[in-house]
Write a protein that binds this ligand. Structure first.
Ligand SMILES: *Cc1c(COP(=O)(O)O)cnc(C)c1O
Length: 465
């Protein structure tokens, strides 16, 4: 065996690699300094590996790795994946998949110019918000509305424009972290509004809010508890009660709904997610919600409510910094039109997933199990809504389950999970009880073929016959 020193000496120089014919060929599509940096970095990695006793790769293997790495750098790392986790609004996987009509609207407004901020009939300058205002009014019953980059931005804008330097009263149980380190209180602080927490984590009475009102109070805020649920001895105040108190003291009532549901989720055996129309009807001055949660559209944040308040938000300088772009605006409008036409359930993937029939889910899971063979079967399980909607609430489902059993089962389950994640496109499931689960509910029908292909293609890795 070679000593580490002699194999270190056997490593080629950067120049030798760069001047190889095969590298010269890829150089055409790649800038020279980038290529040198890539080769230098790789040789340095090899040097470290050799020092710790690894064997030196052949010159040809080095060239092949450099070519593969150069190609990988030019492939976008952001790519499509297949979500078989059973979490419908998976924030790490980009939340709501879009309807065909939404995608078409986004495509149509992409290649050329659009009348984004121009009234084409008069030729006068307009606002991008005019395109969505009527829909927001029709669908929520609110006087006016505005769409921005996302819900966190909508709340930040509202507080900056309407409550800067003033106090906003919120129940302690609602001053929550909603995932990804995003804490409502911290966003609010950015706006210059002062958060006044009242009550305890599980109990807040309307009298607690009233006792906290001072001449500096601007608003009463309700925040939908997104990704947690307090059970047992609890007491919280209804929006109607807050609205009445707000009216009595001439204070704004702000309602952060989180998901922003326009349909009643209780018809699917779920708890009732607060609805935007009901928030407005109950007397919220402004209600806030996301575009890409239960609404089922592209990322956006929407505020609906009182016209003077919406107008003040629109005029604030921050509105410019967080504005929505033309493509997402077009997609959001197309998504809202599904609700206006009464076809949201049939057209929006999020609602199709929620409404999926158990028999059909079972059939698909069975087809996958058949493709996989061996230790694969189907099992009853639960799907989640996710994205901070309906915390703790689940939908019954049928799962593909791969349970190899025996010694080393948990490693083998992890190994198959890794192989499926390395598939093109990656197939993401979930692991539990030494079993790999794939939930058909969150897999689009047209993706079934890919799942079957991946399960067939990974049969050697499964090795469970
Ligand atoms: C998800 C959520 C937000 C943030 O919405 P984004 O659109 O992701 O910015 C804010 N408040 C609540 C209650 C939420 O559930």
């Amino acid at each position: 065996m070679n000593s580490p020193e002699s194999s270190l000496r056997s490593l080629p120089s950067v120049d030798k690699v760069i001047s190889d014919e095969r590298i010269k060929q890829i150089e055409a599509g790649y800038s020279h300094p980038l290529l040198i940096e890539l080769v230098r970095g790789y040789l340095e990695e090899l040097r470290q590996q050799l020092k710790s006793g690894a064997a030196a790769p052949t010159f040809d293997a080095i060239i092949e790795t450099v070519i593969a790495r150069a190609a990988a750098r030019q492939r976008p790392s952001l790519q499509r994946v297949i979500n078989a986790t059973g979490v419908i609004l998976h924030t790490n996987l980009g939340r709501a998949p879009l309807s065909r009509e939404t995608i078409e609207a986004m495509e149509e407004t992409s290649p050329g110019y659009v009348n984004l901020e121009m009234d084409v009939r008069s030729g006068a300058r307009g606002s991008r918000q005019t395109h969505i205002k009527t829909l927001l009014r029709d669908l929520t019953g609110a006087e006016d509305g505005i769409a921005v980059n996302n819900n966190a931005a909508a709340i930040l804008l509202a507080l900056s424009a309407l409550a800067k330097g003033k106090e906003v009263i919120v129940s302690r149980g609602q001053a929550v972290e909603i995932g990804g380190g995003f804490r409502i209180p911290e966003v609010m602080r950015q706006s210059g509004a002062k958060l006044v927490e009242v009550g305890t984590t599980n109990i807040t009475y309307i009298a607690d809010y009233e006792a906290a009102i001072t001449p500096r109070t601007a608003a009463l805020l309700r925040v939908h508890s997104s990704n947690f649920r307090i059970v047992g001895f609890t007491q919280s105040v209804t929006l109607e009660e807050l609205a009445a108190l707000g009216k009595k003291h001439s204070l704004m009532v702000l309602d952060d709904l989180g998901s922003g549901c326009l349909l009643d989720t209780s018809r699917f055996g779920l708890d009732k997610e607060p609805m935007v129309q009901e928030s407005i009807a109950a007397g919220a001055s402004l209600s806030f919600f996301s575009g890409d949660k239960l609404l089922g559209g592209p990322q956006a944040g929407i505020a609906v409510g009182s016209r003077p308040l919406v107008e003040r938000m629109a005029k604030h300088p921050l509105a410019r910094a967080i504005r929505i772009d033309k493509t997402r605006l077009a997609g959001l409008i197309a998504t809202f039109i599904h609700y206006q036409k009464g076809e949201a359930l049939e057209k929006l993937p999020v609602w199709q997933m929620i409404a999926a029939e158990l028999a059909s889910l079972r059939g698909r899971a069975e087809a996958w199990a058949e493709a996989a063979g061996g230790a694969a079967s189907v099992e009853k399980g639960e799907s989640e809504i996710g994205g901070g909607s309906l915390p703790g609430d689940t939908l019954p489902t049928w799962l593909f389950a791969w349970k190899p059993g025996g010694p080393g089962a948990s490693q083998r389950v992890r190994a198959l999970s890794a192989t499926l994640r390395a598939w093109e496109p990656p197939v993401l499931g979930r692991i539990g009880k030494d079993t790999l689960f794939l939930d058909p509910r969150t897999v689009l029908q047209e993706e079934d073929a890919v799942v079957v292909e991946a399960l067939t293609g990974t049969s050697q890795d499964r090795n469970d016959e």
